[in-house]
Design a protein around this ligand. Structure first.
Ligand SMILES: NC(=O)C1=CN([C@@H]2O[C@H](COP(=O)(O)OP(=O)(O)OC[C@H]3O[C@@H](n4cnc5c(N)ncnc54)[C@H](O)[C@@H]3O)[C@@H](O)[C@H]2O)[C@H](O)CC1
Ligand SMILES: [K+]
Length: 222
């Protein structure tokens, strides 16, 4: 496995490619989101044999932007997709906003993460086949907001009672990408983490090594 990167090193590689005119941030985000969907179908091919339901947990930044790319892609496969957004589409970074608006303008359902409060997720109907954690990626700088932690807890009830999958985009939200420190305590391990270009230190060090599930590294052409 190639050497693990810090978040700063990853950003530098991305920015150098963008500044050099090799690729745009929007293209990188599109490739990243599509790489996650590809990894899902490669890992669980039976999910391809019928339209399913996905819950996308999207955050305020570009990790959330990846989440909206994934949401659009799964809708293309005929899936029932609901995005639970911690953030405001209008305040998202430009690349993320393009994908979020594409989803919303195509009739995609964007809900606040509040619905989970008081909702007994053990008996979610219809059950969610795949949860996508796109709350925070390498930009996480402090413990998760309480409502994000609460949303994760709600989903853990459903996961205990129904066989759904949890896929972390780039890194499980709550894990510091540079140290592997779990900045927020919550009992949710992903089945799979899909990261881009190279593993990050937080995937291999500290608690992060135990909170990846299956770690898939996808090339996004950098
Ligand atoms: N750069 C690109 O074109 C690509 C990036 N990829 C994806 O982008 C994320 C990194 O995105 P970024 O916007 O830098 O950060 P996050 O989305 O991880 O975080 C959003 C935002 O949230 C703020 N924040 C940090 N910690 C907290 C907190 N505890 N509570 C509230 N808000 C918080 C902070 O301002 C962050 O900026 C990367 O992981 C990839 O998923 C694409 O994959 C490739 C193209
Ligand atoms: K994430």
């Amino acid at each position: 496995m190639t050497d693990a990167l810090t978040s700063a090193q990853m950003r530098n590689i991305e920015q150098t490619a963008i500044d050099g005119g090799k690729v745009t941030g929007l293209e990188l985000m599109d490739r990243a989101g599509k790489a996650v969907v590809k990894a899902i179908f490669e890992t669980w091919p039976d999910l391809l044999n019928a339209p399913r339901r996905a819950g996308i947990l999207a955050g305020p930044g570009n990790n959330g932007g990846d989440g909206f790319v994934i949401a659009n892609r799964l809708r293309d496969y005929g899936w029932d997709v609901e995005v639970f957004h911690y953030g405001d589409i209008d305040k998202m970074p430009p690349d993320a906003k393009v994908n979020a608006l594409a989803f919303a303008n195509a009739g995609g359902v964007v809900s606040p993460i509040i619905p989970f409060e008081g909702r007994d997720m053990r008996f979610a109907d219809p059950p969610t086949d795949v949860w996508i954690d796109a709350f925070f990626g390498i930009g996480l700088t402090r413990p998760l907001p309480e409502e994000v932690r609460a949303a994760f807890l709600s989903i853990s009830y459903e996961r205990n009672w129904q066989s759904n999958k949890l896929v972390a985009v780039d890194i499980l939200s709550g894990i510091d990408a540079d140290t592997g420190e779990r900045l927020t305590e919550f009992p949710l391990k992903p089945d799979m983490t899909v990261t881009f270009h190279a593993p990050k230190i937080g995937h291999l060090e500290g608690e992060g090594a135990d909170w990846c599930g299956q770690l898939i590294v996808k090339n996004i052409g950098l």
